[in-house]
Write a protein that binds this ligand. Structure first.
Ligand SMILES: Nc1ncnc2c1ncn2[C@@H]1O[C@H](COP(=O)(O)OP(=O)(O)OP(=O)(O)O)[C@@H](O)[C@H]1O
Length: 308
């Protein structure tokens, strides 16, 4: 469990992280989303004590990272800036980490296998492709068998097979009951694996929600229905979880909580003619862009408003 409370980081005039409150719970993958520069990496660095908060706090399993006696066994992290000695082999890199943290060699072998690095384990990390480097970073993050796993943009540089591998790996780690926190600036990528989403823009919390709720709130499961007898159709469709809106005197209704197919069947059963039956599709990407539009414009420098 990761708990951020009023977490804030300022660099001079710039507020990179602005009073963030969120929990990352165990047993599921939580996606950490936001456009470039939203403050994701800064937040992750504060979680593992690489940056000190200017205000507020963040804890992992109830304690600040530095207070854990065996931090590598508590939180495994892959952050964007890699700190792998280029002259060292993948195997040696993991062995050094294992030695200094009281982790047995057998675990190093297991992690090399898990990340598919067997054939390059004895090669220098400096010669690795971005994808291989990511795999080595993940092997290092999982070395201590941590209950909390945190990965910053883990699919960067991976080929489609690698992307699929990461997805399965994250789902597996969550299924084992671990806390899995993974950042991305791509909604579609995160939605495939994350159940919960924390969305930030300009350092602020924009949403703390589930993939399902985000789509629903954006109007993603609304069906537009036009009928000659809206009052009778309303009555026929009414039920738990069903919401129907429509202007008085208008033929058009907007229905949430029922699929178009079901609405069509109910209308037919009651002999009510329909003129239109249109499911409104809102993609996750659209929902995300709607939510973060202001934050992106700010960073794109295209705002025409007066500066404070
Ligand atoms: N060491 C630093 N000094 C000054 N400003 C910084 C520093 N680190 C980050 N920032 C600024 O803080 C803001 C948040 O940056 P951060 O890297 O955390 O965002 P991000 O969401 O991870 O973005 P990206 O998706 O591009 O990696 C940015 O505007 C960035 O320029």
């Amino acid at each position: 469990m990761i708990e951020a409370r009023q977490l804030t980081k300022r660099y001079g005039e710039k507020t990179a992280v602005d009073r963030l409150d969120f929990d990352v719970k165990p047993g599921m993958v939580t996606g950490f989303l936001g456009p470039n520069g939203a403050g994701k990496s800064t937040t992750m660095r504060m979680i593992i004590g690489l940056d000190a908060p200017t205000g507020g706090s963040v804890t992992v399993n109830g304690r600040r990272y530095a207070r854990h006696t065996a931090p590598l066994q508590e939180v495994g992290a892959l952050l964007e800036a890699r700190s792998i000695h280029p002259g060292r082999t993948a195997f040696d890199h993991l062995m050094v980490l294992a030695h200094t943290h009281g982790i047995p060699r057998s675990r190093v072998d297991e992690m090399i296998e898990l990340t598919g690095l067997q054939s390059v384990a004895r090669k220098r990390a400096g010669s690795f492709s971005l994808g291989m480097g990511q795999r080595l970073g993940i092997a290092a993050a999982l070395l201590g068998d941590p209950a909390t796993v945190m990965l910053d943009e883990p699919v960067n540089g991976l080929d489609p097979e690698g992307v699929l591998w990461i997805r399965n790996l994250l789902a597996g780690l969550a299924a084992e009951g671990r806390t899995v926190f993974v950042s991305s600036h791509l909604m579609t990528e995160v939605a495939l694996v994350a159940e919960h989403l924390i969305i930030v823009g300009r350092g602020r919390l924009l949403a703390d929600t589930t993939v399902h709720d985000l789509v629903r709130e954006a109007g993603g499961d609304t069906v537009v229905v036009a009928t000659a007898d809206p009052a009778r159709l309303r009555a026929a469709l009414a039920g738990p979880g069903v919401e129907i809106t429509g202007r008085a005197g208008s033929e058009e209704l907007r229905v949430t909580g029922l699929p178009a197919r079901q609405i069509g069947l109910v209308a037919a059963e009651h002999g009510i003619a329909l003129f239109e039956l249109t499911p409104k599709h809102v993609s996750l990407e659209e929902a995300f862009m709607d939510l973060t539009r202001d934050a992106v414009e700010y960073h794109g420098g295209v705002t025409s408003g007066t500066a404070a």
